[in-house]
Design a binder for this molecule. Structure first.
Ligand code: WTA
Length: 634
């Protein structure tokens, strides 16, 4: 197992070692895993191309380390503890032994379909054990998984399938969310109809059994294909730098990009960070409420916990069904020791009142985690008082799809915590704040742009099919550094607080949304001439989506608003629907024709009094109209 730091002194010592000699530091951690062939070089890198390789020429398989390796010692221990949407339905406990068998059966079925090492398989599924089984089955045979959050639209799904040139989609018939059954297979059918020419087969897991349409040439049932398969499948020998998965995420321009993670580095870092940030002990029950459609689910429901031999809870449902006390009831039911969720969920549940968590026995909780967006002070204190009862440290974990694992976080019971501060970089992580020119701000009490100046094992390797984009987005802003896109401040003792994105990405309920992506969707409405999206403060979601829209030939009313929302839902999915739509006649622009989002952001945030100088705009006259419109909208 990777090292687990247990004291403050050790944290300082390990951190210092990791900076002085990163290669020896990570070599030691990597050697705790099983390698079919040992690596002969720890790290080769430059941030110019960029080209980063860890554990060179090492051959391993992440599922061997997440499953087979544990069988002797904890084969009967629960690996996945699945809690169904309906609390009356049966809980599923899959032991390490059982999980390995299921993964192998699925891997053998995938092979039968001709899925080979390097082929891409897209998942579009609810939070059922089969999702984890399928993902691990891909990793078992060296196929590259790409999980698409099952709330995205058919259009968004087909875009991702086509970008990845996937051979197969694995989905469910229906998805259970609260009192609703959502037709998942239908979305896949629609995506295929839009056009996914690389798809040869669709493997369908029967989840609810509701009726679906069936294409007998392509569609196959999961249970029929797995039935009778051998319960063992040899783990494919993967090079450390072979692709493990692609996960699509939004950026400030264009369509979502496929962030690529590779086997060896991701394996080492997700396990190391999991064991340290959550201080997992052998008999603990760990629960991360994220969806596997996002990076948090990949790294901290599946890989980090399983590589560490943990019991990881997987929850099918939603926080408010059948009651907004559901999370707390599950914590009591399964005696959860580490609970990891997003600020947006905390704020939403906080609004239902303090009595709900008080009705559940939360005494098992030792560590509370927060992820995905800045946690505001009020939510932090509520979480601390009503869920942790003042005795469970909160780990405010900062990281990104691109970082693969948590880079900045307190270590519970070891380093201190401070509301709204992600605090300290983990060992091996060389965070720096820079000014706009890229000068390092070394002193404390400063605000700047968050960069990382040395590679870490689980960092992004490329954006799938477009390496230039990876270089331009992350490695071109500041020479020799990875730029996160986030602004941050350091307090007088060097703790880091991540303030939020400084690019055109907004963070809605912990989900990343590219403003350009939403604008492109809105512009698909035939009457829309132009649109601009900005984020504005939202009590529950953190940021809401505010759309300024110029239309032609239609009424500027709620009917048009509804149509626009439908278009966004169709193009991306319900999560991208604007919270507010304001019709305008003009958008403030620079002389070179660029939309001045800074001004729109202020107007949307009710800060129109501090717009500053607008006289250099191409069309300053439109600003008053936009401000007036905003006032009447609210
Ligand atoms: C934001 C989610 C403040 C940040 C794991 C980052 C945070 C983006 C925190 C990545 C945090 C994530 N405090 N901001 N603890 N965690 N963020 O790729 O802006 O979905 O760049 O990864 O979320 O979002 P992503």
């Amino acid at each position: 197992m990777t090292t687990q730091i247990t004291s403050l002194e050790e944290y300082h010592r390990e951190y210092a070692k990791s900076i002085e000699d990163p290669e020896s530091f990570w070599k030691k951690e990597a050697e705790t895993f099983h390698w079919f062939q040992p690596f002969d070089e720890v790290l080769k890198w430059n941030f110019e191309e960029p080209n980063v390789k860890w554990f060179l020429n090492g051959k391993t398989n992440i599922t061997y380390n997440a499953l087979d390796r544990h069988i002797a010692e904890r084969g009967d221990k629960t690996a996945i503890l699945w809690e169904p949407n309906d609390p009356e339905d049966t809980v599923i406990n899959l032991s390490y032994k059982e999980l390995l068998e299921e993964v192998c059966k699925c891997a053998n079925a995938l092979k039968k379909f001709g899925i080979k090492k390097g082929d891409r398989v897209v998942f579009y599924m609810p939070m059922v054990p089969e999702l984890t089984i399928g993902v691990l089955a891909c990793a078992r045979i060296g196929a590259v998984h790409s999980v698409v959050f099952a709330g995205f639209s058919a259009q968004a799904l087909s875009d991702r399938v086509n970008d990845a040139q996937a051979k197969m989609i694995i989905c469910s018939d229906f998805n259970r969310r609260g009192s609703k059954n959502i037709p998942v297979k239908k979305v896949v059918d629609d995506a295929l109809e839009i056009g996914c020419s690389s798809i040869e087969n669709v493997l369908v897991h029967k989840n609810t059994g509701d009726s679906i349409s069936w294409n007998s040439l392509k569609d196959k049932w999961w249970h029929e294909e797995l039935d009778g398969q051998e319960s063992y499948c040899t783990a494919e020998e993967m090079d450390s730098e072979d692709l493990l998965f692609i996960l699509y995420t939004s950026g400030s321009t264009g369509k979502p990009k496929g962030v690529v993670h590779t086997v060896g580095g991701y394996m080492v870092y997700t396990s190391y960070s999991f064991r340290n940030v959550f201080q997992y002990q052998e008999n603990d029950v760990y629960w991360c409420t994220a969806d596997i459609g996002w990076i948090t689910g990949h790294s901290y429901i599946i890989y980090g916990p399983l590589l560490s031999g943990a019991t990881t809870v997987m929850f099918e449902g939603v926080p408010t069904y059948p009651t907004p006390a559901r999370f707390w009831q599950i914590c009591e039911k399964h005696k959860v020791n580490q609970f990891y969720t997003a600020p947006t969920a905390i704020r939403a549940l906080m609004a239902y009142g303090d009595h709900l968590p008080a009705e559940s026995d939360l005494s098992s909780i030792k560590v509370l985690g927060s992820v995905g967006e800045p946690i505001n002070e009020e939510a932090w204190h509520w979480y601390d008082k009503h869920i942790g009862k003042g005795k469970a440290p909160i780990v405010d974990t900062w990281w990104q799809t691109e970082t693969g694992g948590i880079l900045i976080s307190p270590l519970p019971g070891i380093t201190d915590t401070k509301p709204t501060y992600a605090s300290y970089p983990l060992p091996g992580i060389q965070t720096v704040l820079v000014d706009v020119e890229g000068n390092e701000l070394k002193e404390n009490n400063v605000e700047g742009l968050l960069c990382i100046k040395h590679p870490w094992p689980s960092m992004i390797r490329t954006t799938y099919g477009d390496h230039e984009r990876c270089k331009n987005v992350y490695f071109s802003a500041f020479k020799g550094m990875y730029f996160t896109g986030d602004g941050a401040r350091k307090d007088d003792e060097g703790r880091i607080r991540v303030i939020g994105r400084v690019d055109d990405v907004i963070n809605v309920s912990g989900h990343r949304m590219g403003t350009a992506e939403v604008e492109n969707a809105i512009n698909e409405h035939p009457a829309v001439v132009e649109s601009a999206i900005v984020g504005y403060p939202h009590d529950i979601k953190g940021q809401g989506i505010y759309a300024f829209v110029i239309t032609q030939g239609v009424a500027k009313d709620d009917t048009t608003r509804k149509e626009i929302l439908e278009v966004v839902k169709r193009e991306i999915g319900p999560i991208a629907k604007p919270d507010k739509i304001q019709f305008v006649n003009g958008l403030p622009k620079t002389r070179s024709g660029k939309i001045m989002r800074r001004i729109l952001r202020k107007i949307a945030s009710n800060e129109a009094d501090s717009l500053g100088d607008i006289s250099t705009l191409l069309n300053p006259e439109c600003v008053k109209e936009v401000i007036d419109g905003n006032r009447t909208l609210i």
